[in-house]
Design a protein around this ligand. Structure first.
Ligand code: DC
Length: 458
């Protein structure tokens, strides 16, 4: 549930400094000849190996050009010469790793080390298997570039928002700075060359004496997060704006339930048409009392049942579409539907789409999105949808119907189609479905970080 980006040297491991310098000296002598100009380097702490090489050479491009050969040799020398007697675990590393494993926290390495050197050190220290991935400093001139790569990886690994942002765990001001550059959290540990007070002065999200303290703080966050409520996500917008597909995919990615409220109004419309009921407020309210409309959630998505009959496809047909706006405009109908929808979503963990979700059904929804698209685009999408069932309908005809329905839905007296003042507006005219889903997921991630008041320091 949490993602930690953990540094190696000074955070997890203490590596004999003379051994590290000897490895660099041997690789330097083999690849470049002569001695390492150590006087050009102020410190290795918190730097990437490529950054160190560039400083030693005094030339970034030369460093990039020589890097593959140099790091091949460096890795070879490291694997041969760094043995367990040169490495020890920092204080409380064992407790920390065990606690993180127990709490289901994902641990990823983020280190300035060259890749093979880094994994070698972790392996001989016996902690390699705790880490599912690593981002290493052999190709990055700046540490913040590694964070960028790690966040990119994290977005595909964790489509649903994390309860708190990823946390860089490290022992240097550079670790704190690279987290800040990407607006994520940092936990500084004073087990490397920098004192607690020095690290504190660089304003990490929180500062600790050792990893044992980090583990305690994170366990508190995990237990708070597991108690936190699942969100209500309201998606409103006109027909053809991409709401339905987006909401369905979003729910899938979040592990939430998708509720298509339009299907309920459509099922009532079908019942009225089939039974020849006049489209008036009283007659429809009376009909609603006598029929059952159910939204069932199956592995293949939401299915709509009218009196036990699966009408999921039938309610999309033109006769229903032509009358549904009228049916959904009556106050008694809306009162009942809104109440049922509030019941369906009351425990959260839902993505609900419709016209009035963010304004009437859940005016306090955690996330509100209003999707729009220009009329031509919406008509084109609808025509593509209807291609199978109604191939002869023209784009002009669809455009006319959409326009009419939108106008009706937005100007009716009761709960009209309207953007909530606090909704995120997404114009989908030039977006793909995938982009729409990603945009909302990004927004959910931002909002959950704000909504979640947990702090590392609590
Ligand atoms: O999303 P849809 O096209 O299936 O919706 C059909 C109609 O139902 C729409 O034209 C207006 C109405 N509707 C509504 O008034 N309120 C909702 N929450 C959902 C749909």
């Amino acid at each position: 549930m949490l993602l930690l980006l953990v540094d190696i040297d000074g955070t997890l491991l203490r590596v004999d400094r003379t051994v590290t310098r000897r490895v660099w000296s041997d690789a330097w002598a083999a690849v470049l000849g002569g001695q390492v100009p150590w006087n050009r380097l102020d410190s290795m702490a918190g730097k990437t190996d490529l950054q160190i090489l560039a400083q030693l050479l005094g030339d970034r491009s030369a460093a990039q050009a020589i890097a593959p050969a140099f790091f091949d040799t460096l890795a070879q020398v490291a694997v041969e010469s760094i043995q367990s007697d040169a490495i020890s675990l920092c204080p409380h590393v064992g407790d920390f790793l065990h606690a993180m494993e127990q709490s289901g926290t994902t641990l990823v390495i983020l280190t300035g080390n060259e890749r093979r050197c880094g994994w070698h050190k972790l392996r001989i220290a016996g902690v390699e298997e705790y880490f599912v991935e690593g981002f290493f400093g052999c190709a990055a001139l700046k540490r913040s570039e590694l964070v960028r790569q790690a966040l990119h990886w994290a977005r595909s690994r964790f489509p649903a928002p994390l309860p708190v942002p990823p946390i860089v765990v490290g022992d240097t001001p550079n670790d704190i700075a690279c987290a800040r550059a990407h607006q994520i959290w940092s936990a500084a540990v004073a087990t490397g060359p920098f004192s607690f007070d020095t690290l504190q002065a660089h304003q990490p999200t929180a500062c600790f004496r050792h990893l044992g303290e980090v583990a305690l703080s994170l366990q508190r966050i995990v237990s708070q997060a597991s108690m936190s409520r699942k969100l209500i996500i309201a998606i409103d917008g006109p027909a053809g704006s991409g709401k339905t597909t987006t909401a369905r995919l979003l729910a899938e990615r979040l592990g939430y339930t998708y509720i298509d409220t339009g299907a309920m109004y459509r099922a009532l419309t079908l019942a009225a048409l089939e039974q020849g009921i006049p489209l008036t407020d009283d007659a429809l309210a009376d009909l609603l009392d006598r029929i059952s409309i159910e939204l069932r959630h199956t592995p293949s998505g939401q299915r709509t049942f009218l009196n036990g009959r699966d009408v999921s496809e039938r309610i999309r047909e033109p006769d229903v579409t032509a009358h549904v706006s009228m049916v959904s405009s009556f106050p008694s109908v809306r009162r009942v539907m809104v109440r049922v929808q509030q019941q369906l979503g009351r425990h959260g963990g839902v993505v609900m789409d419709g016209r009035d979700i963010g304004t009437a059904v859940f005016p306090d929804a955690d996330i509100k999105v209003f999707m729009t698209a220009d009329l031509d685009t919406r008509a084109r999408r609808r025509q593509a949808e209807l291609h199978q069932s109604n191939p002869t309908v023209t784009a002009e005809e669809i455009k006319r119907q959409l326009d009419q329905r939108d106008r009706f839905d937005s100007t009716r007296e009761h709960n009209p189609l309207r953007k909530a003042s606090d909704a995120l507006v997404i114009d989908t005219t030039n977006l793909t479905i995938e982009e729409q889903v990603e945009r909302i997921l990004d927004y959910v991630r931002q909002r959950t970080a704000v909504l979640n008041s947990s702090s590392l320091e609590q």
